[in-house]
Design a protein around this ligand. Structure first.
Ligand SMILES: O=C[C@H](O)[C@@H](O)CC(=O)C(=O)O
Ligand SMILES: [Zn+2]
Length: 274
Protein backbone atom coordinates (compact mmCIF):
# COMPACT_ATOMS: atom_id res chain seq x y z
CA UNK A 1 0.00 0.00 0.00
CA UNK A 2 1.19 3.55 -0.75
CA UNK A 3 0.10 6.67 1.11
CA UNK A 4 1.18 10.30 0.63
CA UNK A 5 2.26 12.95 3.14
CA UNK A 6 2.32 16.60 2.13
CA UNK A 7 4.74 19.20 3.49
CA UNK A 8 3.44 21.42 6.32
CA UNK A 9 4.29 25.09 6.87
CA UNK A 10 5.60 25.89 10.39
CA UNK A 11 2.75 28.39 10.95
CA UNK A 12 0.21 25.65 10.09
CA UNK A 13 2.11 23.20 12.31
CA UNK A 14 1.43 25.40 15.38
CA UNK A 15 -2.34 24.89 15.00
CA UNK A 16 -2.33 21.07 14.91
CA UNK A 17 -3.89 19.05 17.72
CA UNK A 18 -2.69 15.59 18.78
CA UNK A 19 -4.75 13.73 16.17
CA UNK A 20 -3.66 16.01 13.30
CA UNK A 21 -0.02 15.92 14.39
CA UNK A 22 -0.13 12.13 14.29
CA UNK A 23 -1.91 12.09 10.90
CA UNK A 24 0.71 14.38 9.35
CA UNK A 25 3.94 13.08 10.88
CA UNK A 26 3.56 9.58 12.39
CA UNK A 27 4.07 6.55 10.12
CA UNK A 28 2.50 3.76 12.16
CA UNK A 29 1.61 1.18 9.47
CA UNK A 30 4.94 0.35 7.87
CA UNK A 31 4.82 -3.42 8.16
CA UNK A 32 2.24 -5.84 6.74
CA UNK A 33 3.07 -9.55 6.52
CA UNK A 34 4.25 -10.56 3.01
CA UNK A 35 3.93 -7.02 1.67
CA UNK A 36 5.78 -3.74 1.26
CA UNK A 37 4.21 -0.44 2.35
CA UNK A 38 5.38 2.94 1.11
CA UNK A 39 4.84 6.47 2.39
CA UNK A 40 5.60 9.00 -0.36
CA UNK A 41 6.52 12.25 1.39
CA UNK A 42 6.77 15.72 -0.13
CA UNK A 43 9.73 16.43 2.17
CA UNK A 44 12.53 16.20 -0.41
CA UNK A 45 10.40 13.41 -1.97
CA UNK A 46 11.82 10.88 0.47
CA UNK A 47 9.91 7.59 0.42
CA UNK A 48 9.77 5.65 3.70
CA UNK A 49 8.95 1.96 3.30
CA UNK A 50 8.73 -1.26 5.28
CA UNK A 51 8.96 -4.80 3.87
CA UNK A 52 7.99 -7.92 5.84
CA UNK A 53 8.53 -10.99 3.60
CA UNK A 54 7.64 -13.59 6.22
CA UNK A 55 6.35 -16.52 4.10
CA UNK A 56 6.91 -15.37 0.52
CA UNK A 57 9.24 -13.07 -1.40
CA UNK A 58 8.25 -9.41 -1.71
CA UNK A 59 9.23 -7.50 -4.87
CA UNK A 60 9.82 -3.75 -5.01
CA UNK A 61 7.26 -2.81 -7.70
CA UNK A 62 7.01 0.69 -9.08
CA UNK A 63 4.23 2.88 -7.66
CA UNK A 64 1.89 5.23 -9.48
CA UNK A 65 3.32 8.30 -7.69
CA UNK A 66 6.62 7.79 -9.56
CA UNK A 67 5.25 7.49 -13.11
CA UNK A 68 8.38 5.42 -13.75
CA UNK A 69 8.89 2.08 -15.52
CA UNK A 70 10.57 0.68 -12.42
CA UNK A 71 10.97 1.96 -8.86
CA UNK A 72 14.67 2.84 -9.15
CA UNK A 73 14.52 4.36 -12.64
CA UNK A 74 15.31 7.81 -11.14
CA UNK A 75 15.90 6.88 -7.48
CA UNK A 76 18.41 5.40 -5.04
CA UNK A 77 17.49 3.12 -2.14
CA UNK A 78 18.81 2.35 1.34
CA UNK A 79 17.78 -0.78 3.22
CA UNK A 80 18.52 -1.61 6.87
CA UNK A 81 17.65 -5.03 8.25
CA UNK A 82 15.82 -4.61 11.56
CA UNK A 83 14.77 -8.27 11.72
CA UNK A 84 16.62 -11.62 11.71
CA UNK A 85 19.32 -12.45 9.13
CA UNK A 86 17.67 -12.28 5.69
CA UNK A 87 18.57 -11.67 2.09
CA UNK A 88 17.74 -9.27 -0.71
CA UNK A 89 18.25 -10.08 -4.41
CA UNK A 90 19.33 -7.07 -6.48
CA UNK A 91 19.25 -7.64 -10.27
CA UNK A 92 19.92 -11.33 -9.62
CA UNK A 93 22.72 -10.84 -7.06
CA UNK A 94 21.97 -12.01 -3.52
CA UNK A 95 23.01 -9.93 -0.48
CA UNK A 96 22.60 -11.43 2.99
CA UNK A 97 22.08 -8.87 5.73
CA UNK A 98 22.52 -9.55 9.42
CA UNK A 99 20.44 -7.53 11.85
CA UNK A 100 21.41 -3.81 11.60
CA UNK A 101 23.39 -4.28 8.35
CA UNK A 102 22.60 -1.98 5.43
CA UNK A 103 22.42 -2.20 1.66
CA UNK A 104 22.73 0.73 -0.74
CA UNK A 105 20.97 0.03 -4.04
CA UNK A 106 21.96 1.95 -7.15
CA UNK A 107 19.73 4.04 -9.33
CA UNK A 108 18.92 2.06 -12.48
CA UNK A 109 18.45 -1.25 -10.65
CA UNK A 110 15.50 -3.05 -12.23
CA UNK A 111 14.75 -5.75 -9.68
CA UNK A 112 14.85 -5.73 -5.88
CA UNK A 113 13.37 -8.83 -4.19
CA UNK A 114 13.17 -9.26 -0.40
CA UNK A 115 13.52 -12.98 0.31
CA UNK A 116 11.26 -14.67 2.85
CA UNK A 117 12.36 -15.32 6.44
CA UNK A 118 10.18 -15.78 9.53
CA UNK A 119 9.93 -12.42 11.28
CA UNK A 120 11.70 -10.53 8.44
CA UNK A 121 11.66 -6.72 8.74
CA UNK A 122 13.43 -4.40 6.31
CA UNK A 123 13.27 -0.63 6.84
CA UNK A 124 13.78 1.29 3.61
CA UNK A 125 14.31 4.91 2.49
CA UNK A 126 14.48 6.13 -1.09
CA UNK A 127 15.17 9.51 -2.64
CA UNK A 128 15.50 10.94 -6.16
CA UNK A 129 18.96 10.34 -7.66
CA UNK A 130 20.73 12.08 -10.54
CA UNK A 131 23.30 9.34 -11.26
CA UNK A 132 24.29 5.78 -10.44
CA UNK A 133 26.59 4.80 -7.60
CA UNK A 134 27.43 1.10 -7.05
CA UNK A 135 25.17 -1.15 -5.01
CA UNK A 136 27.03 -2.05 -1.82
CA UNK A 137 26.43 -3.83 1.46
CA UNK A 138 27.60 -1.97 4.57
CA UNK A 139 28.33 -4.10 7.65
CA UNK A 140 28.70 -2.69 11.16
CA UNK A 141 32.49 -2.91 10.71
CA UNK A 142 32.23 -0.69 7.60
CA UNK A 143 30.16 1.94 9.44
CA UNK A 144 31.55 5.24 10.67
CA UNK A 145 30.82 4.78 14.38
CA UNK A 146 30.87 7.31 17.22
CA UNK A 147 29.80 7.06 20.84
CA UNK A 148 28.63 10.34 22.38
CA UNK A 149 26.66 11.66 25.35
CA UNK A 150 27.10 10.38 28.87
CA UNK A 151 25.26 8.38 31.53
CA UNK A 152 25.13 11.53 33.72
CA UNK A 153 22.97 13.32 31.13
CA UNK A 154 21.02 10.13 30.20
CA UNK A 155 22.07 10.42 26.53
CA UNK A 156 24.93 7.92 26.21
CA UNK A 157 24.55 6.48 22.71
CA UNK A 158 26.37 4.91 19.78
CA UNK A 159 25.73 6.42 16.35
CA UNK A 160 26.52 4.13 13.41
CA UNK A 161 26.68 6.12 10.21
CA UNK A 162 25.99 3.44 7.59
CA UNK A 163 25.04 5.09 4.30
CA UNK A 164 26.90 8.41 4.60
CA UNK A 165 29.58 10.04 2.46
CA UNK A 166 32.42 9.09 4.83
CA UNK A 167 31.53 5.43 4.03
CA UNK A 168 30.21 5.39 0.44
CA UNK A 169 28.96 7.71 -2.28
CA UNK A 170 25.25 8.43 -2.59
CA UNK A 171 23.33 11.12 -4.46
CA UNK A 172 21.41 12.57 -1.51
CA UNK A 173 20.36 9.74 0.75
CA UNK A 174 22.01 9.35 4.18
CA UNK A 175 21.06 6.64 6.69
CA UNK A 176 22.35 5.39 10.00
CA UNK A 177 21.42 3.68 13.21
CA UNK A 178 21.67 4.98 16.75
CA UNK A 179 21.42 2.86 19.91
CA UNK A 180 20.87 4.24 23.38
CA UNK A 181 22.98 2.55 26.02
CA UNK A 182 21.26 0.95 28.98
CA UNK A 183 20.03 3.61 31.40
CA UNK A 184 20.18 6.36 28.75
CA UNK A 185 16.92 7.50 27.19
CA UNK A 186 17.56 10.82 25.41
CA UNK A 187 18.36 10.72 21.71
CA UNK A 188 19.78 13.72 19.86
CA UNK A 189 20.10 15.79 23.02
CA UNK A 190 21.14 18.56 22.57
CA UNK A 191 18.92 18.62 19.48
CA UNK A 192 19.48 20.38 16.18
CA UNK A 193 17.87 21.48 12.96
CA UNK A 194 19.36 21.31 9.44
CA UNK A 195 17.32 23.45 7.11
CA UNK A 196 19.07 21.91 4.13
CA UNK A 197 17.81 18.37 4.85
CA UNK A 198 14.65 16.70 6.05
CA UNK A 199 14.89 13.65 8.28
CA UNK A 200 12.84 10.55 9.11
CA UNK A 201 13.26 8.58 12.35
CA UNK A 202 12.26 4.92 12.70
CA UNK A 203 12.11 3.71 16.31
CA UNK A 204 12.72 0.02 17.04
CA UNK A 205 13.92 -2.32 19.80
CA UNK A 206 11.54 -0.48 22.17
CA UNK A 207 10.81 -3.14 24.83
CA UNK A 208 7.25 -4.43 25.22
CA UNK A 209 5.08 -1.98 27.14
CA UNK A 210 7.52 0.96 26.73
CA UNK A 211 7.28 4.02 24.45
CA UNK A 212 9.29 6.98 23.17
CA UNK A 213 8.17 10.59 23.36
CA UNK A 214 9.45 12.25 20.16
CA UNK A 215 9.87 16.04 20.00
CA UNK A 216 9.06 17.95 16.82
CA UNK A 217 8.74 21.61 15.86
CA UNK A 218 10.81 24.75 15.55
CA UNK A 219 13.12 25.09 18.59
CA UNK A 220 10.85 27.76 20.10
CA UNK A 221 7.58 25.94 19.31
CA UNK A 222 7.95 22.25 20.16
CA UNK A 223 5.30 19.53 20.32
CA UNK A 224 5.55 15.84 21.13
CA UNK A 225 4.37 12.62 19.47
CA UNK A 226 4.21 9.36 21.46
CA UNK A 227 5.77 6.52 19.45
CA UNK A 228 5.49 2.76 19.78
CA UNK A 229 7.86 0.08 18.55
CA UNK A 230 8.46 -0.08 14.74
CA UNK A 231 6.86 3.28 14.04
CA UNK A 232 8.48 6.18 12.18
CA UNK A 233 8.10 9.94 12.34
CA UNK A 234 8.84 12.66 9.76
CA UNK A 235 10.96 15.65 10.69
CA UNK A 236 10.61 18.72 8.40
CA UNK A 237 13.84 20.66 7.71
CA UNK A 238 12.80 23.40 10.17
CA UNK A 239 12.12 20.95 13.00
CA UNK A 240 14.14 19.56 15.86
CA UNK A 241 14.08 15.76 16.14
CA UNK A 242 14.83 14.36 19.53
CA UNK A 243 13.17 11.99 21.94
CA UNK A 244 13.11 10.48 25.40
CA UNK A 245 12.05 6.90 26.06
CA UNK A 246 10.69 5.07 29.05
CA UNK A 247 13.64 2.68 28.50
CA UNK A 248 16.58 2.56 26.13
CA UNK A 249 15.81 1.78 22.45
CA UNK A 250 17.28 2.17 18.96
CA UNK A 251 16.34 4.22 15.94
CA UNK A 252 17.24 4.63 12.29
CA UNK A 253 17.66 8.11 10.89
CA UNK A 254 17.42 8.85 7.18
CA UNK A 255 17.93 12.17 5.45
CA UNK A 256 17.62 13.71 1.99
CA UNK A 257 17.97 17.21 0.64
CA UNK A 258 20.48 19.86 -0.28
CA UNK A 259 23.77 18.53 1.06
CA UNK A 260 25.53 15.37 2.24
CA UNK A 261 27.28 17.05 5.15
CA UNK A 262 26.30 15.07 8.27
CA UNK A 263 27.88 17.76 10.49
CA UNK A 264 25.78 20.57 8.99
CA UNK A 265 23.56 21.04 12.05
CA UNK A 266 22.33 24.08 13.96
CA UNK A 267 22.54 22.84 17.54
CA UNK A 268 20.03 24.08 20.15
CA UNK A 269 21.01 23.86 23.81
CA UNK A 270 18.43 22.26 26.13
CA UNK A 271 17.84 25.51 28.04
CA UNK A 272 17.05 27.33 24.76
CA UNK A 273 14.10 25.08 23.87
CA UNK A 274 10.53 26.30 24.26
O1 LIG B 1 21.25 14.63 11.64
C1 LIG B 1 21.58 13.58 12.25
C2 LIG B 1 20.56 12.83 12.96
O2 LIG B 1 19.59 13.65 13.54
C3 LIG B 1 21.02 11.72 13.91
O3 LIG B 1 22.18 11.11 13.46
C4 LIG B 1 21.24 12.17 15.34
C5 LIG B 1 21.44 11.01 16.27
O4 LIG B 1 21.38 9.87 15.89
C6 LIG B 1 21.69 11.32 17.69
O5 LIG B 1 22.26 12.39 17.98
O6 LIG B 1 21.31 10.52 18.56
ZN1 LIG C 1 19.30 15.58 12.32
Amino acid sequence: MTTTRHAIHPSHFKTLDTKSLREEFLLDKLFTTDAINHVYTHYDRLIVSGAAPETKAVTLETIDALKANFFLERRELGIINVGPKASVTVDGQSFTLENKEALYVSRGTKSVVFQPTAGARFYINSSPAHREYPTRKISLADADTITIGSPETSNHRTIRKLLVNSVLETCQLQMGLTELHQGSVWNTMPPHTHDRRMEAYFYFNIPQGQAVCHFIGEPNETRHIWIKNNEAVLSPPWSVHSGAGTSNYAFIWGMAGENLDYGDMDVVQPNELL
